[in-house]
Design a protein around this ligand. Structure first.
Ligand code: HEC
Ligand code: HEC
Ligand code: HEC
Ligand code: HEC
Ligand code: HEC
Length: 400
């Protein structure tokens, strides 16, 4: 072997070593059969994959995450559907809702036991439970999209570069063997695994989940002061709250809303000014806009209705009924035309039904014969979904 070959070989060996040590350079393979289980010679606490365990040292992230939808992803509305599907298809759903190999079902019995467990423990995953309590011993799947789903593979921690630092690769910081800093954690691509379907799943040209593609078409990926990855809006300053359409004030600050009297016509103008994808991005929420003509006694003389929604239905394959969502930076004007002549005021109200699509699914499931545990869980899911509705905006404009 001559010197240059030798050098090349050791160079490749070194590169190879770095690749193995850092792992998942481009997150390749990160989501293939992910497992968090640790075989390291560490303390019990460092090996514990429960979110309550991470909270002992990462309290800030835990406190924000525990009220996010990610912590509620192993939900009654999800698993209540599984008896009708079987555990194999159930595991396909868990690919996004609780994807670690230690969260998946081993078999049909495992799945049915899990339904019975959630029925008995209405709170499911309880973030306020003591680490040693019985509730904190519920199987890890109850914590849904938990810390370890995003941050741990075979015990090893992966995260963004330290705040204010650009250093990538493995950092030996002592606890749990240090961690590997990957810049992908700061980019939209990280969220794509669960928030973007492939184009082959398209209905009327658009997959049911098309969030990352919609973002790519917006002004937000452009480098510079205005650049916003998903994290820039949903994890501001690395906060783990993941707020979205279920949060009224978060949704409100994404929109500019005005009601005016223009030449004697009441109109509402809504602009998507700070949303990095369609408003709303999924087929599941529905926004309704209502205008009411009121006389000087506050009596309703006439009502107008509009909807902002992407509506799909199943019949001879999936079909799209309408798509009236607002694209980023798009404005739309709703006019209360032909108001009765004795109208004093027009009142506009914008309501949000975050789980509109699922409410339909739950109602239709409840109209069939359901397995006993599933029935209780789906009823619970329907109640929660109803409680999630809210009024986003309401204002009155005078026509006098
Ligand atoms: C005993 C304390 C302790 C426990 C328990 C613990 N960590 Fe850590 N973790 C640390 C320390 C210390 C660091 C290094 C912070 C630094 O130096 O920047 C760290 C770093 C990290 C980082 C990298 C942060 C970054 O800047 O990218 C991640 C991600 C992480 N931990 C995730 C977890 C998860 C997930 C759990 C639970 C499964 C967990 N940790 C449990 C102490 C702990
Ligand atoms: C590609 C990732 C992905 C897969 C696979 C997936 N989901 Fe979801 N699911 C989501 C996301 C993201 C949301 C939240 C956005 C929304 O409301 O659509 C969600 C929300 C839900 C909700 C409403 C919120 C809740 O947890 O109660 C239900 C119910 C649900 N999914 C059921 C299912 C079922 C059943 C399957 C399997 C047939 C499935 N999901 C597969 C990503 C996924
Ligand atoms: C859905 C994926 C996801 C989940 C779940 C999640 N994280 Fe993170 N975490 C991220 C991303 C992405 C970042 C980097 C955000 C950024 O750079 O803007 C991050 C950053 C961090 C950091 C570095 C924070 C800093 O200020 O430097 C720590 C520590 C951490 N997460 C711990 C946790 C813990 C503990 C939990 C559970 C309570 C958790 N994460 C749950 C995706 C997640
Ligand atoms: C410029 C800020 C901004 C960016 C960038 C952004 N979002 Fe959002 N997102 C919002 C706002 C505001 C809402 C609430 C209104 C809504 O639902 O559209 C929201 C809602 C959501 C929802 C709730 C479900 C729904 O149907 O709307 C999900 C899921 C979501 N975003 C995921 C993402 C992902 C994934 C990315 C990156 C590809 C991303 N967002 C980028 C601001 C942003
Ligand atoms: C392992 C899969 C997974 C990953 C990775 C993931 N999510 Fe999610 N996300 C989900 C699921 C599942 C839900 C729905 C939870 C539920 O309600 O059941 C969800 C819900 C959300 C919501 C909805 C909030 C609302 O009000 O409806 C937002 C916002 C969100 N995710 C943002 C992000 C961002 C930003 C990232 C990347 C940093 C990310 N997610 C990464 C699976 C994931």
């Amino acid at each position: 072997m001559n010197l240059s070959t030798l050098l090349k070989c050791s160079f490749l060996a070194i590169i190879g070593f770095i690749m193995v040590a850092a792992g998942y350079q481009n997150l390749d393979g990160y989501w293939d059969n992910p497992s968090a289980q640790s075989n390291h010679d560490w303390t019990k606490l460092e090996k514990n994959m429960r979110p309550e365990a991470c909270a002992q040292c990462h309290e800030t992230q835990f406190n924000a995450w525990k009220s996010s939808q990610h912590s509620k992803a192993y939900s009654p509305g999800l698993i209540g559907q599984f008896p009708g599907m079987g555990h194999g298809q159930g595991n396909d759903c868990l690919r996004c809702h609780a994807p670690l190999s230690e969260q998946l079902y081993n078999g049909e019995k495992d799945m049915f036991n899990s339904l019975a467990t959630l029925r008995k423990q209405p709170k499911g995953f309880n973030p306020d439970a003591d680490l040693d309590s019985q509730e904190a011993k519920l199987p890890l799947r109850h914590a849904g999209v938990t810390c370890a789903v995003c941050h741990v593979r075979n015990g090893n921690r992966f995260g963004p570069p330290r705040k204010g630092s650009q250093t990538l690769g493995h950092l030996n910081t002592g606890t749990h063997g240090g961690f590997t800093a990957l810049k992908q954690f700061e980019q939209s691509g990280f969220c794509a695994e669960c928030h973007q379907f492939p184009q082959s799943y398209a209905i009327n040209g658009k997959p049911l989940e098309n969030t990352v593609f919609e973002w790519q078409q917006s002004r937000f990926p452009k480098k510079g002061k205005e650049e916003k990855q998903c994290q820039g809006c949903h994890m501001p300053d690395r906060k783990h709250s993941f707020k979205g359409i279920h949060d009224k004030s978060f949704t409100r600050q994404g929109l500019d809303i005005q009601v005016i009297n223009k030449h004697g016509l009441a109109q509402l103008k809504i602009t998507s000014k700070n949303i990095g994808h369609a408003f709303p991005t999924y087929v599941t929420p529905k926004i309704t806009i209502q205008a009411q003509a009121l006389n000087n006694q506050q009596k309703v003389l006439k009502t107008w209705h509009w909807e902002i929604v992407r509506e799909v239905f199943y019949g001879n394959g999936w079909q799209e009924k309408q798509d009236t969502r607002l694209k980023p930076d798009e404005s739309r004007i709703y006019i209360a035309n032909d108001a009765p002549s004795n109208t004093q005021n027009i009142k506009f109200t914008i309501s949000v039904v975050p789980d509109n699509f699922y409410k339909g699914v739950y109602r239709s499931l409840l109209s069939d014969d359901l397995q006993a545990d599933a029935k209780v869980l789906i009823e619970r899911a329907l109640n929660t979904a109803n409680e999630n509705d809210y009024i986003l905006f309401s204002d009155t404009v005078s026509l006098r």
